[in-house]
Design a protein around this ligand. Sequence first.
Ligand code: SAM
Length: 289
Amino acid sequence: MATDTWVNETLYPAWGQRFRIRRELARVRSDFQDIMIFESESHGRVMLLDGVVQITEADEFVYQEMIAHVPLLAHGAASRVLIIGAGDGGVLRRVLQHRTVARAVMVEIDGEVIRLSRQFLPGIGGEAWTDARAEVIVGDGIDYVRRAPAGAFDVIIVDSTDPVGVGEVLFTDAFYADAARILTADGLIVNQCGVPFMQGDELRDTSLRRARFFPHVGACLAAVPTYVGGFMTLGFAARRPGLDAVPVDTLRARAEAAGILGTTEYWTPELHWAAFQLPPCIARLLPRG
Ligand code: SAM
């Protein structure tokens, strides 16, 4: 009998998911992490970094739509966007769908993630890689924000790995201090903040840090099936109040103007608004006030 080949995610020592592999496509030890891309039986192609699920073809749309469309449509007039991490290209593609975006800079520390994503996950980044508005930089996000000029961006999207290893610096006071400096007066930042059911400290601790540099801190939810443990949270911090409570009709009008309305499989104006209605078990992880 053919033995099934499975890969187990390593995120949690005592609980997790596994994928039955149809075939392995890439396995590279880069200068930063172990990169594995395989064809799964159930979720299309999957990328793991250090054994942790980053993206699957089957459900990547949920996460990419929320981490890109929510901040841009909440802002309402985002023209210059900084993306940190997101080496698979999915966030860049969604950001550039907004015809209101004039420039998108993407800073990914690991060039191998970009190379392998373009080769084995071409549908994730699509044409974004060659869009004239895009600038793709291989480098450390913390260095980029340190050198960037004040007021250079309207929105910063941090689609990094968890705050361990190379991703750790993207959740520090130094990072948020520079992020606050390089954002415009109406700017906002969004960070992937893990699954609170299993990683509550990630949302709690990083929200306290964001609160030191931004007056308005919150989070929104996304139900990403392969980020096991329930809702995934996107930590949110803004200078302007009310960016987490933009009315549905306003969101619909902005999505229409940006050319996003009707192109999504998860995001809708109603779901955007609902994503900020946090259950008490998650709301209590955020700073009070
Ligand atoms: N959506 C996934 C999640 O929520 O876990 C993240 C996907 S994306 C592949 C994560 C990327 O962040 C990786 O390619 C990793 O190399 C990159 N990254 C980690 N630390 C970084 C840093 N300091 N500067 C820039 N990119 C970084």
